[in-house]
Design a protein around this ligand. Structure first.
Ligand SMILES: Cc1cc2nc3c(=O)[nH]c(=O)nc-3n(C[C@H](O)[C@H](O)[C@H](O)COP(=O)(O)OP(=O)(O)OC[C@H]3O[C@@H](n4cnc5c(N)ncnc54)[C@H](O)[C@@H]3O)c2cc1C
Ligand SMILES: NC(=O)c1ccc[n+]([C@@H]2O[C@H](COP(=O)([O-])OP(=O)(O)OC[C@H]3O[C@@H](n4cnc5c(N)ncnc54)[C@H](OP(=O)(O)O)[C@@H]3O)[C@@H](O)[C@H]2O)c1
Length: 503
């Protein structure tokens, strides 16, 4: 696949050169070949809702393995890349690009790519895999239902029929700007944290409401702009961890996906080696494995220099000059609401996806609603995690779905999907959060390994599921199995792919 980046000089930038070589190797070995121009792709056909990194990457995997797709995107063509198409120009990955490999063909030019680079890589995958001809824009899906053959219809039959469905609507929708009591009294401008591009903060005092990753991003924006002072008004505590791939990976290796008796070790080390003199900013009643931490190293330096102040408090009122917090006023020239994003709704899925206690995120492998093994809601059910949204799991989830669609003996029954969910809840019974409210990346890999090994009919798919290679053998075996079944008069050709038959 062509890469726009130039090859680094191995003497001047040896690490960058090795990184480039590694990316090239991954692409060469693991990227499925894009369909040839005019190539007719086969059924089962998959409908993909959303053209962010998840929708585009999963669609590229499907067509690369010969399955036809249509992507439905609520926005227009400028929305390819999803949330990354809408945020500040200064936004960049908070985790290292090693861990944001949303498709094997991605070629990053640096460790922490910015918004422009992310969008350009998403578009490159989109175009290379011919998805530009398979995307319907300005189509917000409101409802999906099945026809009399058990195939999926999106809104109405004019949009086609599909055997599989990937919901890739993300977790960050429109900016969330809650009305705060008295906010109209403030005379200065108020912006959402994702809408700062082009705004001037030079020599101004900025008040940031919210203590999440967006607040830290607003702080970076203020520093770049030369703001006089930044107050971060945070009503709750979140852990901040350094922007260091080794630290991130070590934390993601907690296979239990929850607080354990050993959690005090990373918490102690973070307090002593990272927070240091700012130790009292570390959450005192929230463990590191309870909520998505913020990943940023510079914030501590900015707090130390006094350029920024992290104010733990509740907002009491607004005045014409600023905000009253716990009776003390914080004066400022502009207010930034880093209050998060509205969560896109999955309510277009059938009602039986949300029957308690098996509503999202309490789904099979967190993405398959137990009544529908032909539906995977990738990256849009999770609440918090230590890991990343844009990594190998997009491909693995997609290929598990392709395995379920291609091979009836691998497709789980609702009964067994629910038992897996129950088992995970038992294993995480001591977690301070719900079993699926927090997970780590290694835990996710354990879920995949369990899924593939528990059913012997899935073994032949293992290399395909994990690496995206070697689908010829399992496909051949399935054809033989089909012939045997037909010979026994059990089945002719499978159309309905949404009924699980095995465990
Ligand atoms: C500023 C910012 C920085 C971030 N940094 C990181 C990071 O460093 N690391 C990380 O792992 N994550 C990060 N995230 C999280 C981010 O959400 C993911 O990285 C990733 O972009 C999610 O991609 P997605 O495709 O799943 O969802 P999105 O990018 O949100 O795309 C979803 C798409 O679905 C469309 N859609 C929604 N509903 C419908 C519907 N009903 N019908 C049709 N289309 C629909 C939307 O229009 C959108 O285009 C960041 C988020 C923000 C806001
Ligand atoms: N560069 C990056 O990597 C980056 C940058 C931005 C965002 N993101 C990602 O995008 C997602 C959203 O992050 P986010 O920081 O925008 O949102 P967030 O994590 O939901 O944080 C929102 C913050 O605003 C506070 N808040 C919400 N409503 C409030 C109110 N009415 N009054 C006072 N405070 C209020 C919240 O407090 P409570 O917690 O008490 O509700 C919280 O501190 C996350 O997944 C994050 O990782 C990543």
């Amino acid at each position: 696949m062509p890469s726009e980046s130039k090859v680094e000089n191995p003497v001047i930038h040896p690490f960058l050169f090795i990184y480039q070589l590694w990316q090239w190797l991954i692409d060469f070995i693991l990227s499925p070949a894009p369909p040839r121009p005019g190539e007719q792709l086969s059924r089962p056909k998959i409908a993909i809702i959303g053209a962010g990194i998840t929708g585009v990457a999963s669609a590229a995997h499907c067509v690369g393995h010969g399955f036809d797709v249509t992507i439905f995107e609520a926005g227009d063509e400028k929305n390819v890349g999803g949330i990354w198409s809408k945020v500040n120009n200064t936004s960049s990955l908070q985790i290292h690009s090693l861990m944001y490999r949303f498709h094997p063909s991605v070629k990053w030019e640096r460790g922490y790519p910015d918004r422009q680079q992310i969008i350009s890589q998403v578009r490159q995958v989109w175009e290379t895999y011919g998805l530009d001809k398979k995307t319907v824009f300005n189509k917000k899906i409101e409802k999906v239902y099945k026809d009399d053959k058990g195939r999926w219809i999106l809104d109405d039959p004019s949009n086609g029929v599909y055997e599989g469905l990937i919901a890739a609507v993300g977790t960050c929708g429109d900016p969330k700007m809650p009305h705060l009591d008295g906010m109209e009294k403030f005379k200065g401008p108020t912006f959402h944290s994702s809408q700062l591009t082009g705004k001037s903060a030079k020599d101004k005092t900025m008040i940031v409401i919210g203590g999440g990753a967006s607040a830290v991003e607003a702080l970076e924006f203020a520093a770049d702009e030369g703001a006089k002072k930044v107050y971060i008004i945070a009503r709750s505590d979140k852990w901040i961890i350094p922007r260091n791939p080794i630290v991130n990976m070590l934390l993601a290796l907690n296979i239990f996906g929850q607080e354990t008796i050993f959690s005090f070790i990373p918490e102690f080390l973070l307090r002593k080696l990272f927070y240091r003199d700012l130790e009292d900013l570390a959450p005192y009643n929230k463990g590191i494995f309870m909520d998505t931490p913020m990943v940023n190293s510079d914030v501590m330096d900015k707090l130390r220099t006094g350029a920024a102040e992290w104010v733990r408090c509740d907002i009491v009122d607004f005045t014409d000059r600023g905000i009253l917090v716990n009776k003390r006023e914080k004066g400022g020239d502009m207010v930034v609401q880093a209050t998060g994003f509205k969560r896109p709704s999955l309510s277009f899925l059938p009602d039986d996806c949300f029957e308690e206690p098996y509503g999202a995120p309490n789904w099979y492998l967190q993405t398959f609603p137990p009544n529908h093994p032909s539906v995977s809601a990738i990256n849009c059910t999770y609440l918090s995690a230590i890991g990343t949204v844009g990594n190998w799991h997009i491909g693995i989830y997609t290929r598990i779905l392709l395995m379920f669609l291609s091979d009836p003996l691998t497709r789980p029954q609702p009964f067994w999907m629910r038992r897996w969910i129950d088992m995970t809840k038992v294993l995480k019974a001591t977690a301070p959060t719900g079993a699926f409210d927090f997970f780590t990346y290694l835990e996710l890999l354990w879920w995949f390994a369990f899924c593939v090994t528990i059913n012997p009919f899935r073994w032949k798919w293992a290399v395909f599921v994990f690496f995206g290679i070697g689908s010829a053998l399992p496909k051949r075996v399935v054809r033989v199995e089909d012939r045997v079944r037909n010979g026994l008069g059990m089945q002719h050709q499978e159309v309905e792919r949404d009924t699980g038959k095995h465990f």
